[in-house]
Design a protein. Structure first.
Length: 218
């Protein structure tokens, strides 16, 4: 997400327990006399080095968003920002935004591995979203919509007794639909408007992991 994240004026509950990158070489022969060189030069036709053809660049695969006509194609994998690789408040904020980008990527592509890599095994909501991505892209099905916009975050950046950091995230998820292989809508998840969710994440081994995620308010 290219937009900067703003904070919003409320506090994170510190004790809340959640179950969420032709060199052409010219060589000469030394020692030959001048007359010999001239004769050789006159007798031999001059040749020019052939130019090395410039390779034709391979066009990049073009991203095509999912629609009622078919699933998304060539979905770009979000790249984790450098800021999200540090155990800082800014790092936590960047990670939270990245997590939701990877969530939407999984909806479009059906590839859940990047989301699994940043989600803890006991995160119930994380596991539910993984199941939605897998089921919504199985047996010829595909998901349309579901884009998530983040409007702000807030964190006191204080560890809980369990060693997690809490962050509140103000967001909105667009309506999404699941289509079956025949192009029929089999599920619609409505646009529920703005919501505030809380994520608890830990930083170990040089990376963040989302351990819990819950909706606080709509």
């Amino acid at each position: 997400m290219s937009q900067s994240l703003r904070t919003f004026p409320f506090k994170v509950p510190r004790t809340l327990a959640i179950t969420v990158v032709a060199i052409v070489l010219f060589s000469g022969c030394a020692g030959a006399d001048a007359s010999s060189e001239e004769a050789t030069s006159a007798a031999s036709p001059k040749t020019s080095a052939s130019a090395t053809p410039t390779p034709t660049p391979t066009p990049s695969a073009v991203y095509k968003a999912a629609s009622a006509d078919g699933p998304a194609e060539n979905v770009p994998l979000p790249q984790m920002p450098d800021a999200a690789k540090s155990e800082t408040k800014a790092g936590l904020e960047a990670f939270a935004a990245y997590w939701f980008e990877v969530l939407h990527y999984s909806y479009q592509s059906g590839d859940t591995k990047p989301l699994e890599a940043v989600s803890g095994p006991n995160c119930k909501v994380c596991n539910a979203t993984l199941a939605t991505s897998l089921d919504g892209n199985a047996k010829g099905r595909w998901i349309v919509g579901g884009k998530i916009k983040i409007f702000g975050t807030q964190s006191d950046f204080v560890k809980t007794p369990a060693g997690d950091y809490q962050i509140l995230i103000q967001l909105k998820q667009d309506l999404f639909k699941v289509y079956d292989s025949s192009g029929r809508v089999i599920h619609t998840n409505p646009d529920m408007g703005d919501a505030i969710e809380i994520m608890e994440a830990s930083f170990e081994g040089g990376h963040w992991t989302a351990n819990t995620l819950e909706v606080m308010a709509r």
